[in-house]
Ligand binder design. Sequence first.
Ligand code: XIL
Length: 385
Amino acid sequence: MRRTRVLVALGAVVALAVLGGATPAGATSTSFRPPADSLRALAAPYGLRIGTAIIPFDLDTPAYAQIAGDQFSTVTPGNEMKWQIVEPTQGTYDWSGGDRLVAFAQQHDQLVRGHTLLWHNQLPNWLTNGVANGTINNDQLKALLHKHVTDEVTHFKGKIWQWDVANEFFANSWDPHPLADGINGDDFWVQHLGEGIIADAFRWAHQADPNALLFYNDFNIGGEDGTNAKADAVYHWAQQMRAQGVPIDGIGNQGHLDTQYGYPNQLQQDLKRYAGLGLKVAITEADVRTFVNNATDQQPTDNLALFAQPYEFSKMLVACLAVRSCISFTAWGFGDADSWIPGFFTGEGYATIYDVHLNPKPVYTDLHDALALAKGAPQRPGTRD
Ligand code: XIL
């Protein structure tokens, strides 16, 4: 009897150790068990979460919901937590899409990335029109943003693992007015409220949910554009934020690649450099696009792209695996039919893991094999350590 009790107690200690300590924000234990050869199960031994963006109302399609639950251990709403969607009319919130995704995640033992609180795109018309016609002045704009961040983070409090607090503030080589520190001087928020608004948003989000991990998220910050200038700028800004005690926990590299530009060999080093500041890192919106015959079938027009697309995608995953602080690798949707690419990049597509009929593509096998073969990859710390 006594012996059994000791064994049970020991078992509990071992189980706790395996789970890596504290339960992360948003985690619920369910009886859901993913297939043993799924992407999420193969990544679990390294403590790495594999994710996807989700269109919550597509979860009504059984084949879609099945893949979403089986293959991924973290999910991000593609649009449904953006300001335009959550407050279409001033003062009237619509959390339905976000709530639906959170419920799905809880049923499937997944963590949620919240995306995104402060961005120049997908703002509600009432806000941008009000600013343009002068009925919303800068003080009011700041108060509205404070309320937006506080209300949204509070609504989802305890249910979000990582928040993309601020998105796409740094200038690209093609932007005309970068500030001395690399922030885009033409950004809507920077123009009206100054660049200190980014740190304010992190402080407000932290006040509303002190347990959520707070990320800065951007594209081409791993050398993807052939120079490392944007990465350098984000690195120095993050270093300053840390020095000033701003509550920032991580840097998200979106990871939108295009086969015509080749693989960014700088990426792994850049991820490691952010991690050197004591930050977590994540690949938050991975996809690899290429030119296709048409937006419906999305067949690559160049045979070499059939090799380049899976190669670049899995190499990006390997870069994340190699960096211990890289805690999640999220694909921006998992089916070509749902991808944002054909609508935003003329003539391109074939960017995701499954084809337009939700059949796994060669990239699925390459990601699967990269995870299965990564035996020496470092074990990530617990989801919140
Ligand atoms: C995209 C969505 O996928 C589209 O459905 C929407 O029309 C536009 O936004 N970087 C980001 C994401 O941070 O929020 C964007 O998502 C893709 C680029």
